[in-house]
Design a protein around this ligand. Structure first.
Ligand code: PLP
Length: 458
C-alpha cells in the first residue's frame, strides 16, 4: 500500500515512512492510494468475529508491505487487551470506546501506533523522541501507549493548570520514558513549541524527532476497527449482553435482541474529525454502515460546511465537551481528499449541540435508563435525537459512539447523574504522583529542555 500527500498525488511513500514522519513534507496529510476491501467471508462475519480478529483483518492491507502478518498479530494482541462492547440503551445502541487504560477512544489509535513505531524502528540505535502537545486527552493516551516501549521517549506538553487532576496524572504520573512539561501558556502555545522544535535545524541534526497527533495515519487506521465491529453487530442484530464495565445502575434492563438487516447509522461526537474519517474508511472497506452523524458542540465548522458547501475555519470556543473544542479540524483535509461536498452530504448528517442541551441529556438519559453518558457522548446522543425529531433516522439501527468513560469527567457528570463507578485504570492513575517540569511558553526554553532530556540518555 502506498500513501500520498493530500497536497500532491505524485509523490508516494510506504506505510513506515507515512507513519514515522506524520505530516507530509509539503504540509499535507498522508492518505492511502486506495481503500482496500474486506474479503467476502470477513465482511459477512463482522457481526460475530472477535475484536482482535477484526483488528487484524482491517489493518493488514494498509501495512502489509512493512509489517508482516505474524508481527501484526503480535502488535494487535498486545495493543488490544480490551474491546468495544456494543450494548443496547433504550431504542438505540452505545458503542463503548472507553475500556482502554485512559478511558477514551484515543487508546485504540495510540496503542497501535506505539507498537507499530517500535516494530518499524527495530534495529535502529538512535532513540526516537515523540513530541505531543495536548489540551488533555491526547497526551494521556499517547503517554500510556508509549510507556516502556524500548527505543522511544515521549515529551508531552500541556497547558499548566488547564487540564483536570486526572488528566495531569495520566500525562505526568508515569515517569520512565515519558516526560511531561507544564507550559505556562495555552494549548496553542504548546502546539507552537512542538512545531518550532520539529523545524529546528540544530535539533534535527542532533536527534530523531517525531510527533503523534491525530493526523498521523497510524493512529487513524486502527480506529476503523471498532466501526467495522459495531456495524457488523448492528446489521446482524448481535448486541453484546453487557459492556464489561458499563456504568449502569442496578436493575438496568438487559439487551433485547436487536432487529436484523436494518441500515446502520453511526453517530460520531467530533472535534478534529480523525474518528469520523476512520469510520468513512471502514464503510469504504465494506463494513455495513451507510450513514454517519457528525455531532459537534458549538464548534460547528463541519456541520456548517455540510449545510452550505463553504468551509470556514474559526477560533475554537470553550465547552464542557472540551476534547471537541476545535474550530479548524485538521482531518477535514483528509475527508475532502476522498469525498466531494455532494458525496459528504449524502453520507454524513451534521448537527451541533450546546452545553445546556448536553447537560440536560446526561441528566435525562441517566434518569430514564440508568445509562450514564460523558459530555462528549452526550453531544452524540442529543445530536441523534435532534435528527430523529426531524424524521431523518427512520427505520435504521442507530449506534452512538461513546468516546469517553463518564468518570473521566466526574466534575461535570456527577452533579447531573449521581455517583458512578470509577474504572480501576482511572482509580490507579489517580494514585500517581505528578512529576512535571514547568517551562515558560518560549521556544529557546523548550529547546534547552529537550537537549537536557536527550543528554540524560547519552
Ligand atoms: C478526541 C476526542 C473526541 C474528538 O475526536 P476527533 O477524532 O478529534 O474528532 C471526542 N471525544 C473524546 C472523549 C475525545 O477525547
Amino acid at each position: 500500500m502506498h500513501y500520498y500527500s493530500t497536497r500532491n498525488k505524485n509523490e508516494s511513500v510506504n506505510f513506515a515512512k507515512a507513519a514515522l514522519t506524520g505530516l507530509a513534507p509539503d504540509g499535507g496529510l498522508f492518505v492511502p492510494e486506495v481503500i482496500p476491501q474486506y474479503p467476502a467471508q470477513v465482511r459477512s462475519s463482522l457481526g460475530s468475529m472477535n475484536f482482535r480478529d477484526i483488528a487484524f483483518e482491517t489493518i493488514k492491507p494498509y501495512v502489509q508491505s512493512d509489517i508482516p502478518p505474524g508481527a501484526l498479530e503480535d502488535i494487535v494482541n498486545s495493543a488490544y487487551t480490551f474491546g468495544s462492547p456494543f450494548v443496547s440503551v433504550m431504542n438505540w445502541f452505545a458503542l463503548e470506546l472507553f475500556h482502554g487504560p485512559t478511558a477514551a477512544f484515543k487508546d485504540f489509535g495510540a496503542r497501535f501506533m506505539a507498537r507499530a513505531f517500535s516494530y518499524l524502528r527495530r534495529g535502529e540505535d538512535r532513540r526516537l523522541r515523540i513530541l505531543v502537545a495536548t489540551s488533555g486527552d491526547t497526551g494521556g493516551a499517547v503517554a500510556d501507549g508509549f510507556f516502556d516501549i524500548p527505543g522511544i521517549s515521549v515529551t508531552v506538553l500541556y497547558p499548566k493548570g488547564r487540564v483536570t487532576p486526572l488528566q495531569e496524572r495520566q500525562i505526568a504520573g508515569l515517569g520512565k520514558n515519558i516526560s511531561a512539561l507544564a507550559v505556562e501558556g495555552s494549548f496553542d502555545d504548546c502546539q507552537r513549541l512542538v512545531k518550532a522544535a520539529l523545524a529546528d535545524e540544530y535539533l534535527k541534526k542532533k536527534m530523531s524527532l517525531s510527533s503523534a497527533n491525530s493526523i498521523n495515519i497510524s493512529r487513524l487506521i486502527p480506529q476503523a476497527v471498532y466501526y467495522a465491529a459495531a456495524a457488523g453487530r448492528a446489521f446482524a442484530g448481535c448486541v453484546d449482553p453487557d459492556g464489561e464495565a458499563t456504568p449502569r445502575l442496578a436493575g438496568f434492563p438487559r439487551a433485547k435482541e436487536a432487529r436484523r438487516g436494518l441500515p446502520v447509522t453511526l453517530c460520531v461526537p467530533s472535534g478534529n474529525f480523525g474518528n469520523l474519517t476512520a469510520g468513512l474508511y471502514a464503510m469504504k472497506m465494506g463494513a455495513p454502515v451507510t450513514q454517519f452523524i457528525a455531532a459537534t458542540n458549538i464548534n460547528k465548522t463541519v456541520p456548517d460546511y455540510l449545510a452550505s458547501g463553504e468551509y470556514l475555519e474559526r477560533a475554537s470556543q470553550a465547552t464542557i465537551s472540551n476534547a471537541m473544542d476545535v474550530g479548524a479540524p485538521s482531518n477535514f483535509e483528509r475527508m475532502s481528499a476522498h469525498f466531494s461536498w455532494d458525496k459528504m452530504k449524502q453520507l454524513i448528517l451534521g448537527v451541533s449541540v450546546n452545553d445546556e442541551d448536553t447537560r440536560e441529556t446526561i441528566a435525562r438519559v441517566s434518569q430514564k435508563s440508568g445509562y450514564i453518558l460523558d459530555p462528549h457522548s452526550a453531544v452524540g446522543w442529543k445530536g441523534a435525537e435532534k435528527l430523529s425529531a426531524e424524521n431523518k433516522l427512520n427505520e435504521r439501527a442507530i449506534g452512538i459512539l461513546c468516546t469517553a468513560h463518564p468518570a473521566k469527567f466526574m466534575e461535570i457528570v456527577e452533579p447531573l447523574a449521581g455517583s458512578l463507578p470509577v474504572p480501576t485504570s482511572l482509580a490507579r492513575a489517580m494514585e500517581r504522583t505528578v512529576s512535571a517540569k514547568t517551562i515558560p511558553a518560549q521556544v529557546p526554553a523548550f529547546i534547552e529542555t529537550l537537549k537536557t532530556q536527550e543528554a540524560a540518555y547519552d
